[in-house]
Design a protein around this ligand. Structure first.
Ligand SMILES: *Cc1c(COP(=O)(O)O)cnc(C)c1O
Length: 243
């Protein structure tokens, strides 16, 4: 079969495998340069807009963690890849009324308000699932992006202390988009510093284990600044259709 882009399914599969190998090599090099263990950094393949065939191609090349930014689109893919043992990460905004659906993911990177935390607590208790949550932090105050402001973090960590089902494991950052990865470095560094500040203030270290930051064009810099999860889409699956 030939796709719109003119490549056959097997060419597409080979391309994804080669891209994944290249991304893993970049990840390892960046980790070693920073004196870190590459095995402590999780590569989340962001499959948004790409179909189950592309996900299967990545799985064939050894990938297990996949990220999606839209709940409905993700649930369809989760259903179509049920036969595989995958870990799904929700990396896009989650509306409170979709908490039940959100609770089906293994990781939710976008916790940004107490109301959502409480909805997730209820959904997780009812469904008996066990997603791990990361608090998305809004450092740059861009109107188009979500996330909890630094001043709002205390309320979230206090609220989680009253919960019995939800588990927070770290912080997530979606920094301003800047062409030059070096220009993004200060934002990554600020998230790591915020983690240190919260630790010093007594937030349990189990809640601050992970830093989810870095995408296709800047994940090496994020790794140098302490990322433990990088979310990489286009470098693996190719350019996304605009829209
Ligand atoms: C799309 C997306 C990514 C991946 O972006 P690429 O530039 O394709 O690697 C990472 N994080 C979030 C939150 C995204 O929405």
């Amino acid at each position: 079969m030939t796709s719109a882009s003119g490549s056959t399914a097997s060419e597409r599969e080979a391309r994804i495998a080669a891209n994944l190998a290249a991304v893993r090599a970049r990840l390892e090099t960046a980790a070693r340069r920073a004196g870190r263990d590459p095995g402590a950094i999780r590569l989340v393949a962001v499959s948004k807009t790409f179909g189950p065939d592309d996900i299967r191609a990545a799985v064939a090349a050894g990938q297990r963690d996949f990220g999606e930014n839209k709940v409905q689109e993700a649930l369809e893919k989760i259903d179509k890849t049920r036969d595989l043992d995958l870990r799904w990460h929700l990396i896009g905004h989650l509306q409170s009324n979709k908490a039940k659906k959100g609770a089906r993911f293994a990781y939710i990177h976008v916790l940004d308000r107490v109301e959502l935390l409480e909805r997730l607590e209820r959904a997780i208790t009812e469904q008996d699932t066990a997603p791990e949550l990361l608090v998305q932090v809004d450092l740059a105050h861009e109107p188009t992006k979500h996330g909890a402001r630094v001043e709002a973090l205390d309320a979230i960590f206090e609220a989680v202390a009253r919960c019995s089902a939800v588990r927070i494991i770290g912080l997530m950052l979606l920094p301003p988009w800047l062409e030059d990865p070096e220009a993004v470095r200060p934002w990554f560094r600020r998230l790591a510093q915020l983690r240190d500040t919260l630790l010093a203030r007594g937030v349990p270290s189990a809640m601050l284990r992970e830093l989810s930051m870095g995408m296709s064009h800047d994940f090496e810099v994020a790794i140098e600044e302490g990322a433990t999860m990088v979310r990489v889409g286009s470098a693996i699956f190719g350019k996304r259709p605009l829209g």
